[in-house]
Design a protein around this ligand. Sequence first.
Ligand code: URA
Length: 191
Amino acid sequence: MTTGLEGLQADCLQCKKCGLCASRNHVVFGVGNAQAKVMLVGEGPGEHEDLEGEPFVGRGGQLLDKLLAAVDLDRRLNVYITNIVKCRPPKNRDPLPEEQEACLPWLRRQFAVIRPKIVVCLGRVAAMKMIKPDMKITKEHGQFVEKNGVWMMATLHPAALLRNPSQKPGAFEDFLALREKIDELGCDVAR
Ligand code: URA
């Protein structure tokens, strides 16, 4: 058992706790500032992420970067981004419950090192796992709830925004709410 994010990543890269390890090109551990107080959690790597080893680098990732930039956030500077599962599910299917459970200890340990004050769930899968199992993301996105001293909110998944551009203004509102919460808590590491 190692401490610190780099040691944790080195351990995670060796993980064979579920079947997703068989088809992966890269374990997609996470990206960002380990001092950040804002953590964003997606569902799991897609094709581009699996090839590059970094979360949210496809078209959805470019949209995410724009939403972050609109509220003065940057993936390498003042947030940390990771996923519920660290290896790509075949054909981008939802990660199975047992895959999520097998991978969750990595997220818990990332959480313990980074100790975020705000968590933003990107999409339904992360929201159901981290906020509540019956989360209705289309209704409840943008609403902050406090859980054990951590403020949690879900927003629509960037891939869903690409499929339904009419939902983009709603997602933009969520990022404005995120900026407000960061300012209210005074927890932007880059300001
Ligand atoms: N979708 C996710 O949920 N995570 C990624 O890293 C990429 C796409």
